[in-house]
Design a protein around this ligand. Sequence first.
Ligand code: NAD
Length: 499
Amino acid sequence: MTVYTAPGQPGSIVEYRSRYDHWIGGEYVPPASGEYFENPTPVTGQTFCEVARGNAEDVERALDAAHGAAPAWGRTSVTERANILNAIADRIEANVEKIAVAESWENGKAVRETLGADIPLAVDHFRYFAGAIRAQEGSISEIDGDTIAYHFHEPLGVVGQIIPWNFPILMAVWKLAPALAAGNAVVLKPAEQTPASILYLMDIIGDLLPPGVVNVVNGFGVEAGKPLASSSRIRKIAFTGETTTGRLIMQYASANIIPVTLELGGKSPNVFFSDVASAQDDFYDKALEGFTMFAFNQGEVCTCPSRALIQSDIYDQFLGDALKRTEAAVQGNPLDTETMIGAQASNDQLEKILSYIDIGQAEGAKVLTGGQRADLGGDLSGGFYVQPTIFEGKNSMRIFQEEIFGPVVSVTDFADYDDAIKIANDTLYGLGAGVWTRNGTTAYRAGRDIEAGRVWTNCYHAYPAAAAFGGYKGSGVGRENHKMMLDHYQQTKNLLVSY
Ligand code: NAD
């Protein structure tokens, strides 16, 4: 067991700056307005740094830097770009512990997750896209005896990227790695709740990239995000965030006729068929673990399995065991490697979750465990903690239909296969889903019948770089990860040549 020293305290491995400016053209640039906003840690609720409050003028400066860098970066060889991406991966890997602690401190998520998953995945994504760009090929088609069509990939140029706070570094890397591999320059806006993690990362990797290839403008949605997404100087906007914001991003992009990638919200069903409980073995244990994934990362995951659907004949037994498993999960200091559930990312998020707990009870849903703000005492008493909460109710309730984005799962039962699929698909969203069964045919059919971009089957919450990720329905447009992502950051140039 390790309890990392809090940043700012003597002996911490993380040295956060007390003030962060924008990262533009390979250096820190103060905000045009001269204004900064406070950035608290969810661990204690105390401010640990202040951050430049960006506006349209700052976005223009970042776009100037990106446009200055884009032509030369776009002409680099794929080998050169792949080498840089691999160097970035190596640098992150060499600093994984520091970056993991820094992110936990800013976001509140348990260091067990950042150290064990988020930051190693960031390393892997850079390596994956370094390999993918080297392996990418164009094509030649013979149109007729004298005419040949050549197809080449070209970078888009300068692209905009806007990310949320729940995976501050991984969400940036999901976007940066393919965009850079494809030869684009980027202006990225982090979430106002978690800008310091990505700037901490730029302190570590920034010198590996030519100035202006990656620029970070901090600030709030309407002040900094809108001017970026609406700019006629970007050739694509990639956005991850709420579905309501995604609608706005699509409107902004339409004015300039640029492509969008939208990774939006979710209300993922996690379906447990009755054969799961046919034996009390490792499989059963794994399924119970899959249930408790609703509390993984404090439930602040777009694919949080926030609706558990349990077949009626095993409902009491499975739910009883799942309750025991949930109540045994250790909630505590995010910087303690034993902690499974840390703090919510912001006070606003905590308030939102508590309001949904009230809404659920007002709707007549029953709280089976949790349901309160968690006071962990001592230095943590000002932090943003909520107990993992299980509701029993019906799929028509708001707590089943609306994204809570916290450690709250709403449980209901189903009679048979058709009932399960009907309930699973009765949602605006279609991002992730889980299916648990020992029957291969049921697993395959359910995987195909559930309307979601990712269906985990007998597992949950793995995000390998080689697996395409994205939403059906209100959960988004386009995909991330997988080498197909390169196409989303490139133009196709056709040369039609008559010999
Ligand atoms: P959000 O939509 O409030 O904010 C996301 C980003 O958009 C932030 O950087 C914010 O400043 C910016 N923004 C807000 N309004 C804007 C505007 N008008 N113009 C331009 N930018 C604007 O989302 P959030 O609360 O930060 O993140 C949580 C949401 O993200 C959840 O809905 C979650 O499901 C979703 N999410 C989806 C995925 C996925 O891959 N599908 C992954 C992670 C999170």
